[in-house]
Design a protein around this ligand. Sequence first.
Ligand code: FMN
Length: 222
Amino acid sequence: MTQPKITRRQFIIGTAGASVLALGGGAVAAMRQPTIEMGEFSAPQANAQGKVLVAYASRYGSTAGVATAIAQTLSQKGIAADAKFVAHITSLSEYRAVIIGSPVISSVWAQEAINFVQANKSELSQKPVAYFLTCITLGLTNQPEARQKIASALEAVEKQIPDVKPLDKGMFAGALDYSKMSLFMQLMYRAFAEDTTSGDFRNWQAIRTWAEMIGPKLVGKS
Ligand SMILES: Cc1cc2nc3c(=O)[nH]c(=O)nc-3n(C[C@H](O)[C@H](O)[C@H](O)COP(=O)(O)O)c2cc1C
């Protein structure tokens, strides 16, 4: 039986096509992001004046955990609060005050958090507001220069959207977990980050203490 012959041209096209497919498949696999659960919290009952909203952006879930802890602490202290991922928020009208939090990504708040404040600035300018951030820097050092550098992420939001005036700004150590990142993001982070240390540096006591301080300020009890 004679083998069907392929021409040199067909061979080159076939090999190039297979290589493109293999590279494309590899690129798709490298970009694949593990599924991340964004935790939310809803206080079972609202106060007569409404609830406080903790709106958060998060890439890998650790800021979701901080936002949830803030909302739970407020609710335990008698200030009913919900924690919601910014993409799930459709209205602010039922909320008496809003806390907005985001991880620091490449020295600035995540773009979706900035967009949320920008899109809702007229309503937010009429309500008591606080901001917070999570970052890896504060998990690694507490030096004043590092704190100042991280604080500039929130100063930039105030500068960009001056109509919204936060009563306070919380800054918390976050968490970095390479297993939650796509292979591509892991490579990028390891290549470009000043410090590639990973770990969960969230200080739950510091987060709860801030929530206990900011809650009464937001609802006018102090
Ligand atoms: C792409 C990328 C860039 C980051 N850039 C910074 C940064 O500039 N400064 C910093 O302190 N932390 C930085 N971090 C760390 C995050 O702010 C920190 O891990 C945060 O807790 C992540 O929150 P999330 O789990 O809610 O996404 C970066 C993390 C990633 C993935």
